[in-house]
Each structure stands twice: as structure tokens, then as C-alpha cells.
Ligand binder design. Structure first.
Ligand code: HEM
Ligand SMILES: *[C@@H]1O[C@H](CO)[C@@H](O)[C@H](O)[C@H]1NC(C)=O
Ligand SMILES: *[C@@H]1O[C@H](CO)[C@@H](O)[C@H](O)[C@H]1NC(C)=O
Ligand SMILES: *[C@@H]1O[C@H](CO)[C@@H](O)[C@H](O)[C@H]1NC(C)=O
Ligand SMILES: *[C@@H]1O[C@H](CO)[C@@H](O)[C@H](O)[C@H]1NC(C)=O
Length: 319
């Protein structure tokens, strides 16, 4: 035979590539730390029972991790004299929460004789986000695992890559397209605002300056968010069912009752109105699309193999 077996070569090549590839694997910890899913779920469930908003905060942490340098736990790193992290970026400062829950999960894993040194903080964030959504009545999905933790962070990427609440529809779609999300996926992911709270400073111009807002909705918000002062006063992102992962967020948009300017942009006579309408009419389609988009978000440029490290403490690079 003068020609090599093309099929066999191709198969061998795939195998070699497969070994070095950056695929996440839901069974990654089956031998390294078989109890990881139980431990994370236990801590997340406890935290959400104690304070339902924590589910929202943990979901957002994973989003703010993955959109900046990929899902590498860069968001968790504290600033030091010689290191600038992402916590002081505009979208994060005085806003992100849940670090203590992540730290508690991490110390539990580090005190487990089998799991110590095995589980990345980036994977903890991904599992905790899923368990948070489930704890608040939302869909579940299978979390791919095997991410590793960064030794770097990027304040400038946090400021440039995370979407701002003042963006118009084009700006929102561009921010998500930059991470390879379609318009439909962008709308589905934005449905995360069916849980959690926002500070007055993020929606003040919406309630005082926007015209596409229900007037009694705007009035009700102004009491706790005056034109000056009260910057950190909180309001529910979904006024109707704050702690339930349902499709009420989209129903609010239809009533011009989106809290953030960016929320209402998704239903303001533009190209995404029909997607919002679909999620109002078919709540289970929202659940499925959200779950699939979360899997895709969790796959954003993970560090794998020998890249990065497994941090011992999530808030600092190993010494
Ligand atoms: C156009 C896109 C988005 C913008 C402009 C945006 C902006 C914001 C802002 C301004 C807040 C309030 C923060 C504060 O006042 O401290 C917030 C909260 C939140 N965001 Fe987003 N976000 C977007 C997309 C997403 C996505 C894709 C997710 C997750 C998949 C998400 C999850 C959340 C959650 C759960 C909260 C509440 C957090 C809590 O209560 O602690 N957001 N977002
Ligand atoms: C790191 O930052 C968190 C909050 O982001 C804080 O609670 C913690 O005390 C900090 N840890 C150290 C060792 O500085
Ligand atoms: C988006 O897809 C392109 C083409 O496959 C790829 O080069 C790029 O790295 C992806 N971007 C992100 C943020 O994953
Ligand atoms: C902020 O909220 C608190 C508690 O609801 C309220 O007492 C206070 O008046 C608010 N601040 C402003 C400036 O509205
Ligand atoms: C996006 O959503 C719209 C409205 O629900 C739907 O008609 C369209 O088929 C979806 N596009 C894709 C690519 O899934």
C-alpha cells in the first residue's frame, strides 16, 4: 500500500490534538475530588437560604469573571501593593459580593484530604453560579470542569469588556458579540436580571431622564433614589419576583418597567423585541436558552492543562 491509511492518520491526529485540547469535562473531578459538587451545592444552598440575594450575587461573579480574560477567577484577586486586580473596576467596585461564600467553599475543599490543592476557584465560581440559579427556581445545566486559575488580572479589560447599564442596544449587542454571543443569547443571558438588586447610581438617569418608562414605576423608585444622594440605595432588578428565577424580567420590559436603561433597550422597538416576546410567551424556552448560554459563557477562554495554577486561596496568587 503506497498511501498511508488516511482515516487512521486523521484519527490519530485527533487523538493527539484531543490530549492537548482545552475542553472542559463535567467528570474532571471524579477521581481528584469526588465530593466537589456536593460541597459547593451545600454551601451555596445554605448561603441562599440565609440571604436569597446571594444567589444573584454568585451568578454575577461568574459572569464578571468570564467576560474578563475568560473564566479564570481573575475577578477574585485582591489588590496588593504590587498587584492591581479587577475589584476596583467601575462595574465591580462597591458592587460585587459573594467573595466570602467563595472563600468558605474554598477553605472547605482545602481542608478535605482528597480535594486539597485540586479544585480551581474558576470552577467553584462556575458550579456556584449554576447551583444559585437552581436554588432560586431556575434551570439546571451540566457544568464543564477543569478550568485553572489565573496569576494575572486586568483592570482595564474589566472596565472595557463588561457592559455598562447606560449602553444602548447596539452597544449591548457589540459587548456580547465581542464574546461571540448571538443576539438571542444576549437577551437570554440578560434574563439573569430576574434576580438581585441594583444601586440607585446605576438607574438614576433611567428614572429621571428616560421617556420609555412607566410613570408610576419611575415614581415608586424615586423615593429611594433621589436626584442627589442615596447612590448606594438598592432596588430590585425585577420588581415582581426578586428572588425567583422566572421570566418576569421580560414581562416587566413589555410594561416599560425595566430597571436599568440597558434592560429596557432590549424591548424598545428594536431588533430584540421579538426575542423578549418569545421569552414572555414561552418561559421554558427562556430556561433552556439561558442554560445553554451559561454553558457557553463558562467556556470562555479557560486556562487548562498546565496553564495558570490551582490557587490555595481564591483572593491571592500562590506565594
Ligand atoms: C447588558 C448587559 C448587562 C448589564 C449592562 C448589566 C449591568 C448590571 C448592573 C449595573 C447591576 C447592578 C450592580 C450594582 O448596582 O451594584 C447588575 C446586577 C446584576 N447582574 Fe447584570 N448586567 C448585564 C448582564 C448580566 C448578565 C449576562 C448576568 C448573568 C448571566 C447578570 C447578572 C446580574 C445579577 C444576578 C445582578 C444582581 C446582583 C446582586 O444582587 O448582587 N447581568 N447588572
Ligand atoms: C480580600 O478581599 C476581600 C473582599 O474582596 C476581603 O474580605 C478580604 O479580607 C481580603 N483579604 C485579604 C487577605 O486582604
Ligand atoms: C470568538 O470566536 C473567534 C473565532 O472562532 C475566536 O478567535 C475568538 O477567540 C472568540 N472570542 C472569545 C472571547 O472567545
Ligand atoms: C436610602 O435608603 C434608606 C433606607 O431605605 C433611606 O432611609 C434613605 O432615605 C435613602 N436615602 C436617600 C437619599 O433617599
Ligand atoms: C432568535 O429569536 C427569534 C425570536 O424568538 C427567533 O425567531 C429566531 O429564530 C432566533 N434565532 C436563532 C438563530 O435562534
Amino acid at each position: 500500500m503506497s498511501f498511508p491509511n488516511v482515516k487512521l492518520c486523521f484519527w490519530l491526529f485527533s487523538c493527539l490534538v484531543g490530549i492537548a485540547s482545552a475542553e472542559l469535562d463535567p467528570n474532571y473531578y471524579a477521581l481528584k475530588c469526588p465530593s466537589v459538587l456536593t460541597i459547593v451545592k451545600g454551601e451555596v444552598t445554605t448561603a441562599v437560604l440565609k440571604e436569597p440575594r446571594m444567589g444573584a450575587s454568585l451568578l454575577r461573579l461568574h459572569f464578571h469573571d468570564c467576560f474578563v480574560q475568560g473564566c479564570d477567577a481573575s475577578v477574585l484577586l485582591n489588590d496588593t501593593d504590587t498587584f492591581t486586580g479587577e475589584k476596583t473596576a467601575f462595574p465591580n467596585a462597591n458592587s460585587l459580593r459573594g467573595f466570602d461564600v467563595i472563600d468558605k467553599i474554598k477553605s472547605k475543599l482545602e481542608s478535605d484530604i482528597i480535594c486539597a490543592g485540586k479544585v480551581s476557584c474558576a470552577d467553584i465560581l462556575a458550579i456556584a453560579a449554576r447551583d444559585s440559579v437552581v436554588a432560586l427556581g431556575g434551570p439546571t445545566w451540566t457544568v464543564g470542569l477543569g478550568r485553572r486559575d489565573s496569576t494575572t488580572a486586568s483592570l482595564s479589560a474589566a472596565n472595557s469588556d463588561l457592559p455598562a447599564p447606560f449602553l444602548n442596544l447596539d452597544g449591548i449587542l457589540t459587548a456580547f458579540a465581542n464574546k461571540n454571543f448571538t443576539a438571542n443569547e444576549t437577551v437570554a443571558l440578560s434574563g439573569a436580571h430576574t434576580i438581585g438588586k441594583a444601586r440607585c447610581t446605576t438607574f438614576r438617569s433611567r428614572i429621571y431622564d428616560d421617556t420609555n418608562i412607566d410613570s408610576s414605576f419611575a415614581t415608586s423608585l424615586k423615593a429611594n433614589c433621589p436626584q442627589t444622594g442615596g447612590d448606594d440605595n438598592l432596588s430590585q432588578l425585577d420588581a415582581t419576583s426578586e428572588n425567583l428565577f422566572d421570566n418576569a424580567y421580560f414581562k416587566n420590559l413589555e410594561k416599560e418597567s425595566g430597571l436599568l436603561h440597558s434592560d429596557q433597550e432590549l424591548f424598545n422597538g428594536g431588533s430584540t423585541d421579538s426575542i423578549v416576546q418569545t421569552y414572555i410567551d414561552y418561559p421554558s424556552k427562556f430556561m433552556t436558552d439561558f442554560a445553554n448560554a451559561m454553558v457557553k459563557m463558562g467556556n470562555l477562554s479557560p486556562l487548562t492543562g498546565n496553564e495558570g495554577q490551582i490557587r490555595t486561596k481564591c483572593y491571592q496568587v500562590n506565594q
